[in-house]
Design a protein around this ligand. Structure first.
Ligand code: AMP
Length: 458
């Protein structure tokens, strides 16, 4: 299967060749023809599967083929994403794929100045990539007009729901023409995602890259039991010994990540941090520094790191275990890519025993738990330790619009009990060989008619 076989235009094929894309990934092979055929598509895929091109290529082809309506160009495609970084990443990809087309791609997200975004909207936009909160600001002030939208994409839909964006998404969708093509990409198709999809979509075709929780076999999982109060010291000790490796460290809170980065810097281990409280410029700078290899250590919260295409790393460290076991898979999926070896190291306090059990249950494997001499915990880590209702202070943090902007409307998802470890498929992040199949057609009368209903969690 080649990209030519999928029916893409010469301009797109040229850009793909220039970018060394030779073979479509499974999600691309399945989704592109369906989207080119005008169908609504429910795509089961996460970052690393090539999903951006799966929806981006046919979307660009459609827009390039049609003559835009007369007058100032209003967005004809709207892509909603949960985080600012993802907005930038999707925009970069689309600009690359569409480099031989004359289409304007622009982003809108919080934490950045309003005026440049207004200027871009005024100049005319073909593809608008937006986080919901800031988009609503621009809609309310009359700068963003969505009445010309033909294609609507919801990227990382499960994450958007997790972060309580549903009320905002519904408001936005009420302003997008009903006559449109809707594409929804999500790592899972839990009932609430399906329900939302059916509400907003018309007779969607489902495509899924079957992934499972078997994480790359080339990843070695290890855990060190340690008291909470000594985790940072242990981290410094570990990182000092591995002074050449690039490493991604996951912390639980924004504040905790800051303190961690500070302490690492004080210990002669310069680290950059990304989380929801940083300005967009700071976050992008930190991420660029890490992606390019200029920064060796990146400290991040789950929300800030989710969905990002971070290159292969030799080591991922969980300073704190994630509240939701599936996030462990997302985190460590940054290592052991494409057959290379990787290491996932977790620092586990006695209070986190239950979280470790949850992860092991999901992996269907035991993680070796060995104390580092000098850092033995004051009490053993017991797997039957109950998981605190609030995750021991762990909360998911919204990272969409600017901090505080509209986020007040929602409760961070972390206040809920953890989801059951389940069938949320997260295989190798770049598992291009993953088996893929087209799922059954979903249809419900009345689908595609949005209703204003508040998310019960909001
Ligand atoms: P995504 O899942 O869209 O974030 O893509 C993950 C990574 O795979 C990105 O770095 C893309 O540039 C890359 N990629 C996507 N499709 C292909 C392809 N067909 N061939 C090679 N690389 C690809």
């Amino acid at each position: 299967m080649t990209f030519e076989d999928l029916g893409l235009s010469p301009a797109l094929l040229r850009a793909l060749a220039e970018n060394d894309y030779t073979t479509p990934t499974p999600i691309q092979a399945q989704a592109i023809p369906l989207i080119l055929g005008g169908n609504d598509v429910l795509g089961g895929a996460q970052t690393g599967t090539g999903k951006t091109a799966a929806f981006g290529l046919p979307l660009l082809q459609r827009l390039a083929k049609e003559t835009p309506p007369k007058g100032p160009r209003k967005p004809r495609a709207l892509i909603l994403v949960p985080t600012r970084e993802l907005a930038v990443q999707v925009a970069d990809n689309l600009k690359t794929y569409g480099r031989h087309l004359r289409l304007n791609v622009t982003t809108i997200f919080g934490g950045a100045g309003m005026q440049p975004q207004i200027d871009n909207l005024r100049r005319g936009v073909d593809v608008l990539i937006a986080c919901p909160g800031r988009l609503l600001d621009h809609m309310d002030s009359g700068h963003a007009k969505l009445d010309a939208v033909e294609v609507l994409v919801l990227d990382e839909a499960d994450r958007m729901l997790d972060m309580g964006f549903l009320p905002q998404m519904k408001r936005i969708m009420n302003r997008v023409p009903k006559q449109r093509q809707t594409l929804l990409f999500s790592a899972t198709f839990e009932p609430r995602i399906k329900a939302m999809a059916l509400e907003f979509m018309r007779d969607p075709q489902q495509v899924q890259v079957a992934q499972n929780s078997t994480i790359a076999e080339t990843i070695a999982h290890r855990a060190h039991p340690v008291d909470n109060s000594r985790k940072r010291d242990l981290l410094v000790d570990l990182l000092s010994k591995r002074h050449t490796d690039q490493v991604l460290v996951f912390g639980k809170t924004k504040h905790g990540c800051n303190r961690l980065a500070e302490q690492l810097a004080e210990s002669g281990l310069p680290a950059v941090a990304i989380h929801g409280n940083k300005s967009q410029a700071q976050r992008q700078k930190a991420l660029d520094a890490f992606k390019s290899g200029r920064a060796r250590i990146l400290v991040a919260t789950d929300v800030a790191a989710r969905g990002l295409d971070i290159p292969n790393l030799p080591l991922v460290i969980n300073h704190d275990l994630p509240m939701v076991a599936e996030d462990y898979v997302h985190r460590i999926g940054r290592t052991g890519r494409n057959g290379s070896t990787g290491e996932a190291l977790s620092l586990v306090s006695p209070e986190e025993g239950g979280l470790l059990r949850q992860i092991q249950r999901m992996l269907k494997a035991e993680i070796d738990l060995t104390a580092v001499p000098g850092f033995e915990p004051s009490q053993p880590v017991r797997l039957d330790t109950p998981i605190p209702k609030n995750g021991g202070g762990q909360r998911r943090q919204p990272a969409g619009g600017r901090p505080g902007a509209r986020m007040g409307e929602q409760k961070p998802g972390g206040e809920r009990a953890p989801r059951k470890p389940g069938n949320r498929g997260h295989g190798k992040p770049a598992d291009r060989s993953a088996h893929a199949h087209a799922g059954p057609k979903q249809h419900r009368p009345g689908a595609g008619r949005p209703q204003e209903r508040r998310d019960s969690r909001a």
